[in-house]
Design a protein around this ligand. Structure first.
Ligand code: ADP
Ligand code: MG
Length: 302
């Protein structure tokens, strides 16, 4: 297996607060890796150690099998949760200035700028001050900054938190396009469960510990249930039948919601109660279920 990043027994405390308590994971080259967890789980602490901004207490972080900070800084691009570009400068000024830190000649900076401008559609607002851009435009410019030095690993710390649904869509479109770029690996943190559903691999972290990890399909298989939503002709009669076969259910308005252990149980239920069903809907288990089952509802404070 071709791992770009390997994290072993990583620990970090801030005085008495144990933020990261011995975590292990690997990131496959070219994948979209989602680090999912509620506020305070230890996501940013982990990202900051990977970027070398924060010193780890103990453990190993290896990028392509290497461990020296200079190498990490060369190969990693970071999109921070809060924007870091200068509000008063234009997008172009911001990016050209940053680019000059990474690339040697003015021509190289200009060429890379043009490339990113076209890839992230920045051209139409390149001369506007960063501070006056919309949320989606700002995020695109921030992503351009992170990509300037052509990193192998792009870290994004909650790239969509606090954005309106439309802007989130824009950012997701960009992430989708980025995935198609050969070789780029994306590591993102999020507390939006459904975002993790698009990842190749998901790690769920809580209170500094990894609770579970796997592909979204594996996690959904193990920690979520499909549901059958039924609107019966006669609610009382239908409920009595379910109670008789000891099938647990929930009532929401005129609907009866039945959790099923296996998708194929839906066929059996539909067949058994065919004559009593006015309408129905089969609902797939979601990453929300996974999150609630793994972390517990009481711990979700996002
Ligand atoms: P997340 O990014 O998942 O929300 P963080 O990594 O920011 O979580 O925080 C993990 C824990 O460490 C939290 O309990 C948080 O309060 C604490 N923490 C984070 N940064 C600091 C800091 N600079 N000083 C002290 N405690 C911190
Ligand atoms: Mg954070």
């Amino acid at each position: 297996m071709d791992w770009i990043l390997e994290v072993k027994e990583l620990h970090k405390s801030y005085k008495e607060i144990k933020a990261v308590k011995g975590i292990n994971f690997k990131v496959k080259r070219g994948s979209l890796f989602a680090f999912l967890g509620p506020n305070g789980a230890g996501k940013s602490t982990t990202i900051n150690m990977i970027t070398t901004l924060l010193e780890k207490d103990t453990g190993d972080i290896m990028l392509n099998g290497k461990t020296d900070d200079t190498y990490f800084r060369e190969k990693i691009g970071v999109v921070f949760q809060d924007n870091v570009l200068d509000d008063l400068l234009s997008v172009k000024q911001n990016l050209m200035l940053r680019g000059a830190l990474y690339l040697k000649t003015k021509e190289a900076v200009q060429a890379r700028y043009e490339e990113l401008c076209s890839f992230l559609s920045l051209k139409e607002f390149e001369h506007q001050p960063f501070g006056r851009l919309s949320g989606g435009q700002k995020r695109r410019a921030e992503i351009a900054r992170a990509l300037f030095a052509n990193p192998e690993l792009l870290l994004m710390d909650e790239p969509t938190t606090g954005l309106d649904p439309e802007t989130r869509q824009t950012v997701w479109k960009v992430i989708d396009d980025l995935r198609k770029r050969e070789g780029l690996t994306i590591f993102l943190t999020t507390h939006y469960m459904e975002e993790a559903a698009n990842a190749d691999h998901v790690v769920i972290i809580n209170k500094g510990l990894i609770k579970v990890q796997g592909t979204p399909a594996e996690l959904k298989d193990q920690y979520s249930h499909d549901r059958l939503k039924i609107v019966p002709f006669h609610k009382d009669k239908f409920e009595a039948a379910l109670q008789k076969e000891k099938k647990p259910y929930q009532k929401i308005a005129d609907q009866i919601i039945i959790k099923v252990d296996e998708t194929k149980e839906i066929f059996r239920l539909l067949d058994t109660y065919r004559d009593q069903i006015k309408s129905f809907e089969a609902i797939k288990g979601t990453m929300d279920d996974v999150f609630i089952n793994v972390i517990g509802e009481a711990n979700i404070n996002v």
